[in-house]
Design a protein around this ligand. Structure first.
Ligand SMILES: Nc1nc2c(c(=O)[nH]1)N[C@H]1C(S)=C(S)[C@@H](COP(=O)(O)O)O[C@H]1N2
Ligand SMILES: [Mo]
Length: 467
C-alpha cells in the first residue's frame, strides 16, 4: 500500500538543492588549491590538510582558478535564488511544520543518536521526520544562508563592508565560508550512510515522494510501479539534461580560441552580466577600509612580475607616456610626478589567489594627475588602459574605478622608493580591485570607450575583478 510520505520540499532538496550545492563545492575546490592554507595544526604539527593533492587527482579536479571563479560566481545566483524560493515554498505550503525543530527536538535528537548507534533499543517518536532530521534539515538551510552571507563578505568586501564587518572581518569570513564547506561534506557523508542503512523503500520515498507499507498485495499493486517509474524516469531525465547542459558548457568555444585558458563564451557572458549588477552598486562612498601605519607589513609579498621582470631595466630612462588621442602623446618624468600632491594609503591588498596583506603605498592620486595635466576630456571615456613599458602586462579599468578617490599611481612603499620587484619606478594601486589590476611598472596610459586589452581577463578571469 502506498503511504504519502515525503513532500515536495524533500524532492526539491534531492533534485535541485543538492546538485547546485555540489557545483558550488566543486567550483570551490577549483579555487581553493591556489592558496590551500587551511589546516588543523596543533603544537606545530599539521594533523589535517583538508584537500591534499590526492583528492584532486582522485576526483579529477583541475587546477583552474579562473574557471572555478567563473563557475562559482555563476552558480551563486542559482544557489541564492533557489534557496530563497525553497524557503518561501516551505513557509507558504506549511511544510515547515514537519521540518522545523520543536521544543523537545533537542532532547529527542539525543535519543535518536543513541538509538542509531545501537546504544538505546527503543526509538523515539518518529513523525514524518524525527527530531534529528528536523534539526539537520533546518540547520542545513541556515548553513546555506551563512554561505551566502560569508561568501558575499569575501566576494565584495568593499561594497558590502558592513557585511564583512558583521562576519568578523575578511579573514574570519573566509574561514567561516570554508568551514561551512567542510560541514556540508560531513553532512553529506552521514546522510549517505543513513540513507544506505535505511534501505530502498526510504530511498524511493526521497525520489518519488511516497513509501510503501508492507502488505501482501503489494506485488499486484500497479500504482506502486507506475508512480516509481514516473518519478525515477523524471529524475533520470533531469539528471541527463543537467549532464547535457554541463557538456554543452564544456564544449562551448572559448572567446579567444588561441589562448588556452580563455573563458568559454557562456561563462564570459555570465561574468559580464554579473559585473553589471555589481557596477550598479559601485559608488565613491564605498571606500576601502584603511589601517594605521604600524599595521602595514614590513615584508611585502611579491606575486608575479610579468612584463616587469627585465632584470636590466633602466629606470633612469623611464617616462610615463600618456596617450591623449590617436595623434597626441606626451611623456612625464618621475621627478615631475613626485612634485605633484602626494597621497598615502594603508589598506588590505587582496590577490585573487586567496591571500591578502596590509600594505602601505604612496604616490599621486589618479584624479590629481588628470586634473594637473588637463585630461578632463579623456577622463570622460569609459575605460583607462595601462601597460608596462615592454607591453608584456596590461590592464583595463572602468572609469569609476580609475577615478576612485583611493586609486593612486604609487612611487613609494613603506616610505621608501619602490623596489624593482614591486614595480619601480611607478605602479598602479587600485584598492577597489583585486591585485591583478594593480599593474607594476606603468609605461603607457590610454583612454577609450572600448575595453582595453587585459592580461588576466584574456586568461579567463573576470574583467571587472572589483571588490
Ligand atoms: N607588471 C606586472 N604587474 C603586476 C603583476 C605582474 O605579474 N606583472 N601581477 C599582479 C598581481 S596578480 C598581483 S597580486 C600584484 C602583486 O603586487 P606585489 O608583487 O607588489 O605584491 O601585482 C599585480 N601587478
Ligand atoms: Mo594576484
Amino acid at each position: 500500500m502506498i503511504k504519502e510520505k515525503h513532500s515536495l520540499a524533500m524532492r526539491w532538496t534531492h533534485w535541485v538543492n543538492f546538485p547546485i550545492l555540489f557545483i558550488m563545492i566543486w567550483s570551490g575546490l577549483l579555487i581553493y588549491w591556489a592558496n590551500d592554507h587551511y589546516t588543523i595544526t596543533l603544537f606545530g604539527h599539521t594533523f589535517v590538510r583538508f584537500f591534499p593533492k590526492w583528492i584532486y587527482d582522485l576526483l579529477h579536479i583541475p587546477y583552474r582558478l579562473a574557471e572555478g571563479m567563473a563557475f562559482h560566481f555563476l552558480f551563486m545566483w542559482f544557489f541564492t535564488l533557489n534557496g530563497i524560493f525553497y524557503v518561501l515554498y516551505t513557509l507558504i505550503s506549511g511544510e515547515w511544520k514537519a521540518l522545523l525543530p520543536q521544543r523537545n527536538s533537542f532532547r529527542e535528537a539525543w535519543q535518536v543518536l543513541l538509538h542509531d548507534l545501537h546504544i538505546r533499543s527503543t526509538a523515539p517518536p518518529q513523525d514524518k521526520y524525527n527530531a534529528a532530521q528536523r534539526i539537520s534539515y533546518t540547520a542545513i538551510v541556515l548553513m546555506g544562508f551563512g554561505s551566502v552571507l560569508t561568501g558575499l563578505a569575501i566576494y565584495k568586501p568593499v561594497q558590502f563592508y558592513w557585511l564583512t564587518w558583521l562576519c568578523g572581518g575578511y579573514h574570519l569570513a573566509r574561514i567561516l565560508h570554508f568551514s561551512l564547506t567542510i560541514d556540508y561534506l560531513l553532512f553529506f557523508v552521514i546522510h549517505v550512510v543513513q540513507v544506505t542503512l535505511a534501505g530502498w523503500n526510504n530511498f524511493r520515498s526521497a525520489v518519488a515522494g511516497f513509501e510503501v507499507t508492507p502488505q501482501a498485495d503489494n506485488a499486484a499493486d500497479p500504482k506502486i510501479n507506475r508512480r516509481s517509474f514516473i518519478a525515477f524516469g523524471t529524475f533520470f531525465a533531469g539528471g541527463l539534461a543537467a549532464y547535457g547542459g554541463w557538456k554543452w558548457l564544456y564544449n562551448s568555444p572559448a572567446e579567444t580560441p588561441s589562448i588556452t585558458a580563455a573563458a568559454r563564451k557562456p561563462l564570459r557572458r555570465a561574468l559580464n552580466q554579473t559585473e553589471l549588477v555589481f557596477r550598479r552598486l559601485f559608488s565613491d562612498n564605498h571606500t576601502v577600509k584603511t589601517y594605521p601605519k604600524a599595521m602595514a607589513a614590513k615584508k611585502v609579498r611579491v606575486n608575479s612580475n610579468i612584463g616587469s621582470d627585465d632584470a636590466d631595466y633602466n629606470t633612469a630612462n623611464w617616462k610615463l607616456s600618456v596617450v591623449k588621442s590617436r595623434t597626441e602623446t606626451f611623456d612625464i618624468g618621475i621627478e615631475e610626478i613626485r612634485s605633484l600632491p602626494k597621497t598615502e594609503i594603508i589598506f588590505d591588498f587582496k590577490c585573487v589567489e586567496g591571500w591578502d596583506q596590509i600594505q602601505h603605498w604612496a604616490g599621486v592620486k589618479f584624479t590629481d594627475l588628470i586634473a594637473h595635466y588637463h585630461l578632463n576630456e579623456q577622463a570622460l571615456m569609459d575605460y583607462v588602459g595601462l601597460q608596462t613599458p615592454n607591453g608584456g602586462y596590461y590592464v583595463g579599468l572602468d572609469r569609476d574605478s580609475a577615478m576612485h578617490p583611493q586609486t593612486i599611481l604609487a612611487y613609494e612603499m613603506n616610505d621608501q622608493p619602490l623596489t624593482m620587484e614591486h614595480g619601480a619606478p611607478l605602479r598602479l594601486i587600485v584598492p577597489v580591485k583585486y591585485g591583478i589590476k594593480n599593474l607594476k611598472r606603468i609605461g603607457t596610459i590610454t583612454f577609450s570607450n572600448q575595453r582595453p586589452r587585459d592580461y588576466w581577463a584574456e586568461q579567463g578571469y573576470d574583467y571587472y575583478s572589483g571588490l
